[in-house]
Design a protein around this ligand. Sequence first.
Ligand code: NAG
Ligand code: NAG
Ligand code: NAG
Length: 452
Amino acid sequence: MVSLCSVAAVVLTIAVSYSCSSAQEEPPVVSRIAFGSCANQSAPQPIWDAIINFKPQVFLWLGDNIYGDFRHPFKLFGKERTIGPWKNVPRFSPTSEHEMQHKYQIAKANPGYSRLRENTKVIGTWDDHDYGLNDAGKEFPRKVINQKLMLDFLDEPQDSPRRKQAGVYASYTFGPEGKQIKVILLDTRYHRDPLASDGSILGSSQWKWLEEELNAPATAITVIGSSIQVISNFSATTGPILQVESWGRFPKERTRLFNLLADSKREAVFFISGDVHFGEIARYDCATEYPVYDVTSSGLTQAVEKAVPAPLHLVVRFLAWLTPTTMRVMGKSCRYRSCTYGKPNFGTIEINWETTPPELKLEVRDENGLPVTGVNISLSQLQVTKKESNEKSNGGKYQKHCSLEVDLPWIARYRLAILFFGAAAVLLLALIGLLYAVAFFCMQCLHKHKLD
Ligand SMILES: *[C@@H]1O[C@H](CO)[C@@H](O)[C@H](O)[C@H]1NC(C)=O
Ligand SMILES: *[C@@H]1O[C@H](CO)[C@@H](O)[C@H](O)[C@H]1NC(C)=O
Ligand SMILES: *[C@@H]1O[C@H](CO)[C@@H](O)[C@H](O)[C@H]1NC(C)=O
């Protein structure tokens, strides 16, 4: 490039040489970003091949980048019991600094991931298992040392301010003027109040920072990475059987986030998230003046269908389809009817800068790189409308993505729990019936023997 520039400067006019040198300084246009979460460093990670084939310019880790904590085996009986009312050992416990470091080394040495890093800028945030403990928040004492280990894994420069602050939140801007993409990565761990407290997720210092970031000069696109889901409130329809973490579990904090977004008037903002061990795309139309998307990809290795034996995969898919949702984007292009995907997956963001206005393609992709759910959005759809009355009031499509899961009629909302407890009750009755029958039969037998 340098020799080309100097030749051009000599031969051509000043204007040409000027554009040449300015082209040199200009950051490259970014049009391909991939992201993922939940990667077990000790398991095979074949998905990197598909990610590399996608040719991302940037890869974002959204947490559970390693499984740093120790998971005790499921045990109902014995000396160490991890489930049941008589449990005496927590299901997860933290590991030593040395062990965390060792796990990061394994993750970093993965051949696929190493190959990705050759040509792709890698950035990221964390979730609970790489923070050091399942579902942990601000109370977790190892957070300071684990922050250092995580930033080492991401090759954060030694003098980076990110190493001095409390938490791993960060922001990046890619691309040249007019085609800039801002990436904001949140830390949903370091300052998080206990679950069910309806307290804070981000903490006051991070809130202040986020407010400044959102009110900073406009960029064509802004991606906010949150380890936990922002839009979907899965627990609202799977509780009390299953609870997952999400912004929905902290309703006040979630409202604050949406208000901040709306007040900033920032356009073309969307979320990406991980954590839940399946992929989906959700949309909420009442957060700000335009629809806000949340593309969830989880996980790179950890996925719900992999957690059960193959014959039960269909059951998992059936339950996914049965679980009601008000936010998920349903479409004909989804691989499954539920529009969720419970096998290993990664997320992709593609921007076609050639069209006016530019177009955004958001997808969740499988281990072969094929899309399993996706949306195409023109940037003109993600604008703050000038007029006060917007489309919210005028029709089906918008109405649909404004109602919360908790507002569903209870029979729909608790469908899964009804099925679960109904099935459990039937099984229990059947068991009692069987025992009774056996007892009755034995009595008859005994009676008969006595008589003989
Ligand atoms: C990670 O993978 C290893 C090897 O397959 C397995 O033993 C371990 O239980 C897995 N850990 C998690 C958290 O799934
Ligand atoms: C999400 O679901 C939980 C559990 O049902 C509920 O307490 C919470 O209020 C819900 N949040 C929102 C924003 O609907
Ligand atoms: C998005 O557009 C692509 C063409 O670029 C098309 O193949 C794909 O099916 C579209 N996806 C959806 C969800 O409409």
